[in-house]
Design a protein around this ligand. Structure first.
Ligand code: HEC
Length: 197
């Protein structure tokens, strides 16, 4: 009796592992954690913990090179969660559920012991983009865009509503190098993309 049960158990285990090995990589790759939340009305809650994700690049558009007021001032620190990064690294594609956070910082000093330049000042803004084929099925590329930025000196917004596609998405669609993401400015993602090393 016990042997029969054991045999059956071993058979079930074998069948399951054989089946598991047939699950396409792409499907398995979709299973990433989503370190963000939407409220009941579909607003994105302010992401937390992103400074511990993977830092992919730091474009800078200083006010003094943009007629005194850059459209997105000034340093842009961009982060991606390690799960989504790992999938990008192995498949070369951003999995469903990917979030990228862009934290804006002012330019602080312009002179340091290392020389003249632009040095990080204060945190002044927070934006995010999320790819979701279900929730944002009507957005081009399934990417939606959010901003938690408030006038300088005020705390960031706690929740943000997705912008209409004419406000943000259009520019990413037109100019971003890889699936709406400006990887041309993120050396860490360029280096991670398979076949591009
Ligand atoms: C005129 C073009 C343009 C518009 C409009 C635009 N962006 Fe971007 N965005 C960029 C560029 C270029 C980068 C990368 C370089 C940089 O940060 O300067 C970027 C990067 C980002 C990133 C980092 C991840 C990524 O996709 O590369 C986020 C998040 C982001 N933008 C959010 C927004 C939000 C929110 C809006 C609307 C309020 C918006 N963007 C509108 C040009 C644009």
């Amino acid at each position: 009796m016990i042997f029969k049960l054991l045999n059956r158990l071993i058979l079930v285990l074998c069948v399951t592992s054989v089946l598991a090995s047939f699950v396409p990589n792409a499907l398995a790759a979709e299973k990433i954690s989503r370190p963000y939340k939407f409220d009941k009305s579909g607003n994105l809650e302010q992401p937390k913990g992103y400074r511990e994700w993977i830092f992919v690049g730091s474009p800078v558009t200083p006010n003094d090179m943009n007629s005194g007021k850059a459209a997105f001032p000034e340093f842009h620190h961009v982060y991606i969660p390690s799960d989504a990064y790992n999938v990008y690294k192995s498949t070369g594609a951003f999995p469903n559920g990917t979030i990228l956070v862009k934290e804006l910082l002012s330019v602080g000093d312009k002179q340091a012991p290392s020389g003249k330049g632009y040095f990080n000042g204060d945190f002044i803004g927070l934006e995010a983009t999320i790819k979701d084929t279900k929730r944002f099925k009507d957005e081009p590329g399934n990417w939606a865009y959010f901003s938690f930025t408030t006038p300088i000196g005020q705390p960031h917004k706690k929740i943000a509503k997705a912008f209409g596609k004419n406000k943000c998405n259009f520019c990413h669609q037109a100019f971003a190098k890889d699936d709406w993401v400006f990887t041309q400015y993120y050396p860490v993602l360029r280096a991670a993309k398979p076949g591009r090393k």
